[in-house]
Design a protein around this ligand. Structure first.
Ligand code: URA
Ligand code: URA
Length: 268
């Protein structure tokens, strides 16, 4: 085989990288519940000045610098916009380190009209593999907490401050949280939870813009844009080998939340 033939059998490294990125992107979308994408055979003509771009003209992966319009009232419209947002997140390149280390983005999961939204820190290894938040060990404990509250995982919305796994599960940096903030805010505008539960120091501090410790923040209600926020310990903090005795405090926090939600409080 001559050199030229041999070379032509090698996959083009750029094409291989492009294919890898495309696979990763589609995996992220599938995990966020998006199973199809609009196909355009012709390049879309640019929108004229002052004219609203059509769906096909919207750049899929571009960051928008304009303030987002108020979230629509219609559920279907909000669901569609949430899917488009997940798509933008899947193509996000804002954090150089996370773009390289992630297998896929982890956008969030749950119904569009969820009454309660749990917010964690960032995906871990299992979440990075599966594309869904809180599906590893901490997630299984969160599932038990949700069940103890008399709810089902399928009826709550679950997401994280940061949508990509930080290498080695390190804390997200302030810059990473800042880069992801727009996505979180829009996600909450579209889901419109009536209540939020922030899990752990990272989620609570980032959401509320405070540096108070989780020990001080937990157990009482805070406000995020008019939505009552209960802060509590992160389920990973409660796992064996860490501080399982803090489960009692988490349960106290959850009972306060249930009471405020007007739900039955188990054990009362
Ligand atoms: N820990 C988090 O904060 N979020 C997840 O999704 C999983 C573990
Ligand atoms: N540190 C955290 O970041 N979260 C907790 O829940 C407890 C300690």
């Amino acid at each position: 085989m001559n050199e030229k033939d041999r070379l032509s059998e090698q996959p083009d490294p750029n094409a291989a990288e492009l294919a890898r990125q495309l696979h990763q992107h589609l995996d992220s979308l599938r995990a966020a519940g998006i199973y199809w994408l609009p196909v355009s055979r012709e390049p879309a003509a640019p929108a004229a000045e002052g004219e609203k771009p059509t769906a096909q003209q919207l750049p899929l992966f571009a960051a928008s610098d304009a303030a987002a319009p108020p979230a629509p009232d219609d559920r279907e419209q909000r669901r569609r916009e949430l899917a488009l947002l997940a798509e933008r997140v899947a193509g996000c390149q804002r954090c150089t380190e996370l773009v390289v280390s992630r297998s896929r983005t982890v956008f969030g999961v749950g119904p569009i009209d969820a009454e309660l939204c749990f917010i964690g820190e960032a995906p871990g290894a299992t979440e990075d593999q599966r594309g869904e938040p809180f599906v590893g060990e901490a997630g299984q404990l969160l599932d038990r907490i949700i069940a103890a509250c008399g709810m089902r995982r399928e009826e709550v919305y679950i997401c994280n401050i940061v949508k990509c796994r930080p290498p080695g599960n390190r804390l997200p940096t302030a810059q990473e949280a800042g880069n992801c903030r727009e996505y979180l805010e829009r996600q909450l505008e579209l889901v419109r939870p009536k209540f939020i539960c922030a899990l752990g120091a990272c989620a609570a501090q980032n959401l509320l813009g405070t540096s108070q410790s989780i020990g001080k923040l937990r157990g009482r209600f805070h406000d995020y844009k008019g939505i009552p926020v209960m802060c509590t310990y992160h389920p990973a903090f409660l796992l064996p080998g860490r501080s399982p005795h803090k489960k009692r405090e988490v349960w106290e926090d959850m009972k306060k939340l249930l009471q405020r939600m007007g739900r039955p409080v188990p054990g009362r």
